[in-house]
Design a protein around this ligand. Structure first.
Ligand SMILES: Cc1cc2nc3c(=O)[nH]c(=O)nc-3n(C[C@H](O)[C@H](O)[C@H](O)COP(=O)(O)OP(=O)(O)OC[C@H]3O[C@@H](n4cnc5c(N)ncnc54)[C@H](O)[C@@H]3O)c2cc1C
Length: 394
């Protein structure tokens, strides 16, 4: 079998490697527009669940990944100046560049043909390959060229976000929510190297407008964010790397393949960064597509049908959770008046998929603190604590 993979991001590289490693394809070529050592972004975060899925996919790359990762057990919600630790939420993180280098090395060893600096402007004729994989990211050429065949849709969320890095290091994955005279901001930040962290800043449309960020230069908007999060950055500046304010594109496709062309990773669908990294999902897609060929190939149409049948329910569940999550982020400024514990509870239950019972099992220390506070507030308020009453009304 001859395969062309468009895009040498995590999805394309991992799929190419797995197919060659198992000898499922005679020839796998990855066409990537960037040079080998170019990348954007800072770190990539994986939950413990995601790591165990990657371990099942390929032990060698899993071990290389864990050896190079930063890990921690808890999550921290910072509500203005109050820190709320949430136990039982283990994560790992790695630099995006290091992850790509690792996957490139695996591809080299497995005999994948890598073509860097090849910027495709047209998807090659499907008859020249047995399989064409569109792993070309959120602005996928493959998807846009076959928009109707895939039933593609792209919708932008109202919130604005920007991806920064910083030399400030953080103990855990943290979500820091801070209000100012313009509205409210949240930073999603975590350490991905012993000396470096990812720092994503997000705000709603009203805050974006009132703050005047739209009219500011890149330097002025970075300085503005440094002021908002001065207490968290410990004097370290925010660093840019192809960083610009954007609206998150929610991408979906009614059909995942057309003839012998299939989409994976961000080209197929994006998952809001508030429920896990797109990288993790991109790599899970690669594993699922590889397994479909291993178990249902070599007939391409059978494998592509098996891929969609097995993976779609998993992805749709995550898309549902993501919709609950970005819906909450669109309104988080309305919840800022809650107590820090009640705010953290609202955050933890934002997807609608985590009940109090489940939270008590996952994060017993947090739930005990939250319940104690609610009981105390209830006693003081004669049975209807302000925090819980306001939460129920939202
Ligand atoms: C600015 C920005 C920063 C980000 N930073 C992070 C981060 O720090 N951590 C994180 O977890 N996630 C980050 N993400 C999200 C993350 O990059 C994706 O969710 C994840 O990489 C998806 O993997 P992928 O392989 O599907 O796509 P991508 O990683 O986007 O890879 C697609 C590849 O295809 C190539 N390509 C596209 N079109 C063509 C073409 N026509 N011809 C040839 N090559 C082409 C691109 O150059 C790219 O290398 C970031 C996203 C953006 C937009």
């Amino acid at each position: 079998m001859r395969i062309l993979v468009l895009g040498g991001g995590p999805a394309g590289l991992y799929f190419a490697y797995l197919m060659r490693r198992e000898g499922l394809a005679r020839e796998v070529c990855v066409a990537e527009r960037n040079p080998r050592d170019a990348t954007y972004g800072f770190g990539v975060v994986f939950s413990d669940t995601a790591m165990s899925y990657l371990e099942e996919g390929d032990e060698a790359s899993f071990h290389a990944l864990t050896a190079a990762s930063e890990t921690w057990d808890d999550l921290t919600i910072v509500h203005n100046d109050t820190r709320v630790p949430i136990d039982g939420n283990g994560f790992s993180a790695i630099s995006r560049l290091q992850l790509l280098e690792m996957l490139q090395g695996f591809c080299d060893t497995a005999g994948v043909e890598m073509q860097y600096g090849r910027d495709l402007t047209e998807v090659p004729d499907g008859r020249t390959f047995d399989l064409i994989v569109g792993a070309d990211g959120a602005n996928s050429l493959v998807r846009s060229q076959m928009r109707e065949a895939f039933g593609a849709s792209v919708r932008e969320l109202d919130n604005r976000f920007i991806w920064y890095g910083t030399a400030q290091v953080f103990d855990t994955l943290s979500l820091t929510f801070r209000g100012n005279g313009d509205g409210a901001f949240v930073a999603h930040h975590y350490r991905y190297r012993p000396d470096h962290s990812t720092f994503i800043v997000e705000c709603d449309a009203a805050t974006w407008e009132k703050s005047g960020l739209e009219q500011m230069s890149a330097d002025a908007s970075r300085a503005y964010c440094e002021r908002v999060f001065a207490a968290d950055l410990g004097g370290h500046p925010l660093e840019t790397n192809n960083s610009f304010w954007r609206r998150f594109p929610v991408i979906t496709n009614e059909r995942w393949s057309h003839d012998n062309t299939v989409l994976i990773g961000d080209a197929l669908r994006t998952i809001h960064f508030s429920i896990g990294s797109g990288t993790r999902l991109a790599m899970e897609d690669a594993i699922a597509l590889f397994r479909a060929f291993r178990d249902h190939g070599p007939e391409v149409s059978d494998a592509l049908a098996a891929f969609e049948t097995a993976r779609r329910p998993v992805v749709e569940k995550l898309l549902d959770a993501a919709a609950g999550s970005y819906g909450w982020y669109g309104r988080f400024s309305e919840f800022m008046h809650l107590t820090p514990l009640a705010f953290a509870h609202s955050y933890m239950t934002r997807t609608g998929r985590v009940s109090d019972d489940r939270l008590a099992k996952i994060a017993p220390r947090f739930m005990t603190a939250y319940t104690d506070e609610q009981n105390q507030l209830n006693e003081t308020a004669g049975g209807d604590a302000p925090a819980s009453r306001e939460l129920r009304n939202t």
